[in-house]
Design a protein around this ligand. Sequence first.
Ligand code: ADP
Ligand code: MG
Length: 701
Amino acid sequence: MEANLLQTKIGFLKGVGPKRAELLQKELNVYTYQDMLNQFPFRYIDRSQIQKVAYINDDTVYYQLIGTISNLKMIGAPRPTRATAVFSDDSGSIELVWFRGLKWLKDKFKIGTKYVLFGKASEFNHTYNFVHPEIEPYDPNDPLIGEGLQGVYFTTEKLKDNGLGTRTIAKMQKLILQQVFDVIYETLPQSIIQQESLIPRKYAYYQIHLPANNIEIQQAMRRLKYEEHFFFQLKMLRNKKRREMSTRGHVFATVGDYFNEFYSHHLPFPLTNAQKRVIKEIRKDLGSGHQMNRLLQGDVGSGKTIVALMVMLLALDNGFQACLMAPTEILATQHFATLQEQLEGMNINYALLTGSTKIGERRKIYAGLADGSIQLVVGTHALIESKVVFKNLGLAIIDEQHRFGVEQRSKFWEKTEIPPHTLVMTATPIPRTLAMTQYGDLDVSKIDELPPGRKPVKTYHLYQDDRYRIMCFMKQQIAEGRQIYVVYPCIKESEKTDMIALQAGYEALLADFPEPQYKLCVCHGQLSAEDKDWEMQRFISKNAQIMVATTVIEVGVNVPNASVMVIENANRFGLSQLHQLRGRVGRGADQSYCILVTDHKLTADGKKRMETMVNSNDGFEIAEVDLELRGPGETGGTRQSGQIEMMIGDLQKDGALIQQTRAMAIRLLDADPKLALPENRLLREHYKELFAQTFDWSQIG
Ligand code: ADP
Ligand code: MG
């Protein structure tokens, strides 16, 4: 088919050649003409204008100049580290500077030849210069000069060093479009194009790269975004449907003794209505005959653990094994302790499996899981190692999903012939549009109610120089029998300066809170699992009043007597992390407090985060602000679990369009579930091509 022209290797394009082709592959993942066309401009500039050197006065805009180059100098002997030259037109001269590719510069410029320079000027010592500008010999017939709007493309230093700056890329796009315009095929049915007033696909590609005006850009963007979101939604919905139709699931038909006994005699508190509703939703899935894939969202402290426990009992009632996987050892250990407490007196065989489980014990657990004598297991990643074999795993619960990747979820699938039901629990509220995209193939349950009697945590933003006040407050709380967390940011636990800050903070606290009256414990990622556990236990058993820690305590830790959370350098945390940390307090009946400590210098963004925390206790509201401030990349595990890379779509900004495309995709699938109708042929082919190589979500959830 002619469309194969689009699959032409980029190396065949005039002026590219093998070396540049390889670079384009490496740096931009561009292999073919089609790939290149999918590199969209991120903004546009007016290239019809040629400016003059004398009028350069702004370091934020691009300049296009025509002039000559002289005085090329290598600076630094014997090995130059920098080169400079002078660029002149009839209005004046300006310095050019290079730090790389110096060897190559030497024979690049000819005296007297006219060049086109393109780039942003930098302000330096009260004057301007150009660092690594794009420069080409001036060609009066250059197709880009005088063209009107020209796209600015993403490029890298390596590409630029090899002459592949945004200007060259723009030229390549034009060349490609001239060759392939006629074979850019339509992917959407005519009916959708009409209903949604979209422009044809080939025009969209032309206009996005070579727009005549802003209206053309808007039309092109809308069409391309629509297409991208539409196919993505289609994929999600199809995965979901396929799973519902075909993935056979264990049927948990009975509610048996374990569940009933627990419900009547062991339930430590009445369930909230939200907890009851969620358990009902889950039970329905478990009886359906299809595999459950459910996301359970519930703000910190909303009581997800008890739901997990009761659902696991249902698995046991039906003769299956169940497991609960947590992202950290501390959390797994704590879940295990909760089980011990709540299952006391029930005849259930359960175990804890983590990285630090001793060999002998570990062997016993492996054997027990394989022969089915261990009914329930709690653990960390250790649960998904290949050595772990279950006799009949019926249910896998994964706590705090955002710490795990999709692949880890899928590991459980390999363990049994019929995949276990899966419940993913997360305290990171996922804003609506993100939920629709990232988790579009999962069913979602929400615990939207906190257990009764909870007082919202009071949050304050204080400064480093309020330290005395903070100390007095801490002493007063300790005198009332409360416990306190002091948390330091350790972005990477290996980061030396962060560890020094924690150490210094710890020592300062020791001076303010001397033994034997006070006892402190400390917990961070560099401690061995045993030491961490020991320190944690001292806190849980109230043998220490202050826990100095890094974010290892962020996830799930439950010490209801702790009522104060002091977060040092709070501006270094993102909103969702701050909310998670704050969730460690306010778990008991006492009034709890969260104190955010920063210095007076704060970015606008940092200020907004502090304000949001002080004003809101609502995880969903906070997640929306977070999304606004940071974009979707950082929220709730997009990076690890979603791997959604949009070419032009924007998960943050395209909310309305996402909903529109989802609705359209639903309508289309209702009418033609298999995409078999003739009018959907183009769509089906494009769909196949798009998703042929990508990870198939239907395999994993
Ligand atoms: P999360 O959803 O953050 O995992 P947990 O399951 O750890 O929350 O529950 C937080 C605390 O609330 C625990 O101490 C738990 O025992 C308690 N809790 C959970 N559900 C209820 C309830 N319905 N009534 C009272 N306390 C509850
Ligand atoms: Mg939890």
